[in-house]
Design a binder for this molecule. Structure first.
Ligand SMILES: *[C@@H]1O[C@H](CO)[C@@H](O)[C@H](O)[C@H]1NC(C)=O
Ligand SMILES: *[C@@H]1O[C@H](CO)[C@@H](O)[C@H](O)[C@H]1NC(C)=O
Length: 495
């Protein structure tokens, strides 16, 4: 075969000796040359040392943009579930006010979109990667019209009176920073086109810090929970009490040392970070751990009364009135009597091994209510276990025993949930933060996807539970419900 085909080719060559054919390899070489040339130019500009501001402002026009004026901003990358994101938001508000920066309010990210990893085990995403993933996820939320601002759900109005708290909606910030004319809160899908989202993603790659810091444009915080615990007006520069243990260091070959650092001294005015228009953190998640904090240990501000007064406000932040009112209506009009709330997280892998202990706690609570109270005992159940699967569990037993127990729950399609979601979508409270800064005319919005607010209403209902609350231990949902109960979010009347 081979011999044959090569034979026929040489024959044809002989037949038609055509010198013009030579032009093709030459052209090809030329194209290749141009390609290599431009490719090295592109990669050079992509990976070059960004200390050259001229080059940077060519690549990132937003760095010389006057749109943002003299204002300085703080960005962080929330992740994991809602309550995790909420607790990070509180840290972000606190740090932004300490650093006198305008906080960019993020949207609520999908629960499983971005995970940080485990800090106690020193296995976490680098801040750069985290920022990159979060930005891209947010662009996807905008594109698919599923964007719900944290400020649509969490009532931030109590902070607006604080002189040191300044906030801007992510979409407003992105429009200014990326030089986008399209109103990201309200755009026509076809008019927007694909280039809009490409532009947004490209613009986010700067903010991720993948290219390092960018002069006075961006300071991307490298420190994370493996190396740093942020403090304020307390310890500075000393070792934290929680360090990776020797065994861990050897086994995983890690060299982390955790230091306590004053956030104002490290990143405030007078520091290199203090000059940058945008200061970008990775995660701001923290939790008490082994006598210390995982990442942020700011619980006091001895010399700063305005920050001190902020702690209380942050502690009592809760859902917007649409949600707390819906919860109250459900308690008064549907349950109509004092009730117990059970938060049973049964399918989430992290909580599966708490299943038996959670049910045991619930059983004890119910038995005591049954003995001492009026029958039937009313219970509101928030659970990830679909009702069809209750049959084979303790919940199934309770549901059958209708003489002793009445169970209530709420579903996504229930009228109360849908109506509340519509109200929240129409109000668009998030855009109150900074919309004065943009001038795009409001085009008529096609209805976006309704926000998924079931969890928030459920949590608020649980805060109305006069007979008590049984939660899944270790769940941040349980924590936040307990905080709402403490703050008396649900004022009951009529029972
Ligand atoms: C805080 O920032 C604002 C700009 O947003 C500036 O006008 C003001 O002087 C700053 N305050 C302090 C104490 O640095
Ligand atoms: C309540 O439960 C007990 C068993 O614990 C049962 O004997 C009793 O009949 C139940 N009461 C009603 C009203 O169903």
């Amino acid at each position: 075969m081979n011999i044959n085909s090569s034979g026929s080719r040489s024959k044809s060559k002989k037949k038609t000796p055509n010198k013009r054919l030579l032009i093709y390899p030459i052209c090809l070489l030329f194209v290749l040359f141009i390609f290599i040339l431009s490719y090295t130019e592109i990669t050079k500009s992509l990976f070059s040392n960004p200390s050259s501001n001229a080059l940077l402002s060519l690549k990132f026009p937003q760095c010389r943009s006057r749109n943002l004026g003299e204002e300085k901003f703080l960005w962080f990358s929330p992740h994991s579930g809602f309550n995790n994101q909420f607790s990070e938001l509180k840290n972000a508000i606190l740090i932004a006010s300490i650093l006198n920066r305008t906080l960019i309010i993020p949207p609520i990210l999908d629960h499983h979109a971005v995970a940080l990893g485990s800090c106690p085990k020193f296995r976490v995403l680098d801040p750069n990667q985290l920022r990159f993933q979060v930005w891209n996820h947010i662009v996807d939320l905008i594109r698919s019209r599923r964007y719900v601002s944290m400020a649509d759900i969490v009532d931030l109005s109590s902070l607006e009176s604080s002189p040191k708290v300044k906030m801007i909606d992510f979409r407003v910030f992105a429009m200014l920073w990326c030089g986008i004319d399209t109103n990201l809160a309200c755009f026509d899908r076809w008019e927007a086109g694909f280039s809009l989202f490409d532009k947004l993603k490209q613009c986010g790659s700067l903010l991720s810090g993948m290219d390092g810091n960018a002069g006075r444009c961006l300071y991307a915080v490298d420190e994370d929970c493996r190396t740093t615990v942020w403090t304020y007006q307390g310890d500075d520069g000393i070792l934290d009490s929680f360090q990776p243990d020797e065994q861990h260091k050897k086994k995983k070959d890690i060299a982390y040392v955790r230091k306590r650092k004053d956030v104002y001294k490290a990143l405030g005015p007078g520091s290199e970070a203090g000059l940058a228009t945008v200061l970008a953190f990775g995660s701001l998640f923290t939790a008490p751990y082994k006598g210390s904090e995982l990442y942020v240990d700011i619980h006091d501000a001895p010399k700063d009364p305005t920050v001190r007064s902020l702690f209380e406000k942050l502690d009592s932040l809760t859902f917007v009135p649409d949600i707390t009112n819906a919860a109250r209506d459900f308690a008064l009009e549907k349950i109509k009597t004092p009730f117990l709330c059970a938060q049973l997280r049964l399918l989430d892998g992290q909580f599966k091994n708490h299943r038996d202990s959670t049910f045991l706690g619930l059983k004890q609570k119910l038995e005591s209510l049954k003995k001492n109270g009026v029958l039937p005992v009313n219970m509101f159940v928030m659970t990830d276990l679909p009702e069809a699967d209750w049959r084979n569990s303790y919940l199934g037993e309770l549901a059958k025993d209708s003489g002793n127990y009445t169970l209530h729950n709420l579903r996504e399609r229930d009228e109360l949930v849908v109506l509340t979601a519509k109200k929240i979508a129409n109000e668009g409270r998030g855009m109150r933060f900074g919309s004065k800064l943009i001038t795009t005319k409001k085009i008529s919005c096609a209805q976006g996807v309704l926000p998924d607010i079931l969890l928030y209403i459920e949590e608020a209902i649980c805060s109305c539970a006069l007979l008590g609350f049984v939660g899944t231990s270790g769940s941040t949902i349980a924590e936040s419900i307990e905080l709402m109960i403490k703050n008396g979010v649900c004022v009951h009347r009529g029972f």
